[in-house]
Write a protein that binds this ligand. Sequence first.
Ligand code: BGC
Length: 765
Amino acid sequence: MNPVIKRRAFLAASALLAASTRFPALAASKVAASEEHEQRVRDLIAQMSLAEKLGQMTQLAGGRQKALNSRIDDAALDRVRQGRVGSYLHVAGAEPLARLQCIAVEESRLGIPLLFAMDVVHGYRTIMPVPLGMAASFDPEMARRAARVAAVEASVSGLHWTFAPMIDIARDARWGRVVEGAGEDPYLGSRMAEAQILGFQTDDLASKDVLLACAKHFGAYGAADGGRDYDRADISNETLHEVYLPPFQAAIAAGVGSFMTAFNELNGVPTTGNADLVRSLLRDQWGYQGLVVSDWNAILELVAHGAASDPVEAAALALRAGVDMDMTSETYADHLEKALAADHTLLPLVDEAVSRILHAKARLGLFDDPFRFGDAEREKLVLGSQEHRAVAREAATCSIVLLRNEGNALPLRSDARIALVGALADDASSTIGSWRARGQMDESITLRAALESRTVTYAPGVSPRDPGTSGIAAAVEAARNADVVLLVMGEDFDHSGEARSRSDIGLPGPQKRLVDAIRATGKPIVAILMNGRPLALEEVLDGIPAVLETWFLGNESGPAIADVLFGEVSPAGRLPMGMPRSTGQVPQYYAHPPTGRPANPDLSKDSARYHDAAIGPLFPFGHGLSYAEFRYSDLSVVPQGKGGSLAWKIAATVTNTSARDADEVVQLYIRAPVAGLARPVKELRGFARLAIRSGGARRVTFTLDPEHFAVWRGGWQILPGSVEIMVGASSEDIRLRGRLENPEAREVGPGEIAGAARLTTVTVA
Ligand code: BGC
C-alpha cells in the first residue's frame, strides 16, 4: 500500500476507534504499558458479544501454503466486518494485509485488529538451512541471526506471527518432521529453541520488525509411534519431562509469545484436549501466560481421536484444556455456543481465552497502530537483500558436516577435473526445503551453478523421485574422464516434512544403482548428502572416502558447499541426530541407559544389540570432522560456593595444532550414576563452537550447578552422588574425563528450570 493510503487508512481507523474511546492511547507512538493493556483488554471484553468473542478465538486460512491470500474473497471480508475472525494464516504481503487490516479496524463494530500468521520456519524470502541443518551448526547465535532475518522480512510484509520454532525432539528418523526440529537431544533442542525465539521476537515485542514466535507442537509430537506422523505417543513421564518437554520450558524462559498444541495423543489423551498438559502443567505449574493455538483442524479431530463424541464436545474439551484459538476447524465458532448453553462454567474460560488473544495483539502494538508491521516500499528493498543473503551464506556454511575424510580426500585441489553427478546437484527446488514461505527457487544457487567457473562435467544420472536410469551411462562416462567424482545423493525436499514419514530411510529411487555404477569406475568419490533426515547409508557409503552432509541449505546452498569442498572454509557442523546404519536400528539415540547387558562387540548373544548389525550408529550424535586438528587438554573441575549457590566450573583447553584456522565444537557430557536408577550413558549439558586460529588455543569454561543433574521422578529431584564429566568432540569422541561429587539431595520447585532446559553458562578465553 502506498504510504499515503496507508496513513489515510490508519487515520480513518484511529478516528473511528478513538471516537468510541475504545482505544484511549491509540495515537501514542509508544506501545502502551501492560496495565494499560490490561484495562484495554478488559474494556473490550466487556463490550463484546459472544459471537465476537468466538470470532477472536477463530483463525482462518486466508490461503493455502502455496497460494497465499487465495481465500480472501468477498465472503471472507464480510466475516471480518462482522468481527467473526481473530486471525488469518497463510496470508502475506504488505499491501493486501494492510487492506484486510483496514476492513477489520474500520468496518467491524469493535475495530479489533487481526493477527496475520504464517509458517516462517527457516526464512521468508531469503531461505536459510532447514532447521535440522541449522541445528547442525551447533551455533545458537547463528540460528538467532537467521531467525532475525526471517522476522525482518516477514514483518515488513505485514505478518505478525510465525508458527516456529518447531521444538519437538525426534529420535526416530522415519518421522518426516525431523527436518523441522533440532534433532534428538533436549539440551541442543533447548538452546536452538531459545535462539530462534530471540531471533524472531528480540527482547522487545513492541518493535516493528519482530514476529510473535510459537513453540510447537506441545508436548510430545516427536515421539509418534513408529515415526508415523500424527500417531500416538506412549512414553513414560520420566521420558516426557527429561527429553520431550525441556525445549518447551526453555521457550518459556526465552519469552515465547505463543504455543501450539500437537495433533497427536500423549499417553491416551490428545494434546489439544489435554487439560493436564496445557492447563495444569503449562499454565499453572510453569506459569506460562501467553496464547495457545491448536494445530490445523486439531480441535475437530478430537472427534476422530474418539476423545469427543461430536464437535460440541470437542469444542468444550479443547477450551477446558486451555486452547485459546482454533486453527481453521471453526469448531469454536460453530459449536462452542451450544456447549456453553449446556455448561455455564465454560463461560469464564471463553473470556480468559479472548483476553490472551487480545493481549497478544496488544503486546505487538496493534492497538496502537494496526498497520505498524507492513511497509510496501521497504518490502521491495528488504526481501532478499544482499545483507540477508550474506547471513544465509554464513548459516549454510556453518551447517555443513564433514562425516568422513579418509586420506584427506577433502579439500579438493583447485585444478581438479570434476564429474558432478546426481540430479540433486542442480535441484534448486530442493535447496529451499519444505516450509519455504515466500522463498523462490530461482533465487537459489545450486551446487552445479556454484561450480560453473571450474572444470566440471555435470551428469544428473538419476533423480531421487524418478525411476528412470537412462542417465547412468552418461554419468559413468563423465566419471571416467574426471580426477574426482562429486556424487550428490539423498532425498528430494518433499521426502521429508509433514506427512512424509518413510518406512525405509535408505536412498530413495534408483540412486543406489547410480552409486554402484560410479563406484565401479574406481574413481575417487566424494559423497555429498542432501536430505531432511538422517538416512541409513552404511552400505551405500561403504568404501567412499569422503562424505559431506549438507541437508537442504537454502538459497546459498551451492556457494556454501563449494567453499567447504575447496577448503575456503573448514567444516565444523555436527550431527544433531545420529545417522543409523539401517532403518531397523531406529529409533536410536546416544543418551540411552547402559542396560544390564551392555552392547558388546564380542558377543552376538546376551548383549543389548542386533545380532545381525554392528553396534551403534554409522555416525553418532555430535559427530563432525574438520580440516584442522585439535588437542584437548587441562581439564579442571572446580567446585564453587555451597548450599543453594553450589556450582562447578568445568574448564578445558582446546588447541588448534594444524596449519589452518578453523572452528571446533567442544561438547560437555555428564553421566550421573544415581543409586537405584539406570541413567543414560551420556547427556549433553553444554557446548561451544569456538573459532581457533592455527596454533592458537582457547580455554572454555562451563558452569554447572546441581539443577543440571536433576532427574524426573514424579517431580525434579536432585540426588547426591558422583557425576562423571566428559569433554570431547562428539558423543563418541570423548577426550577428557573427570568427576565431581554432588553432596546435595533436594527437590526442585515447579517453577525452577532443571535438566536439559537449564542453560549452562559458557565462557571462552
Ligand atoms: C502443521 C503446523 C503448521 C500448521 C499451519 C499444520 O499442518 O502441523 O506445524 O503450523 O499446519 O500451517
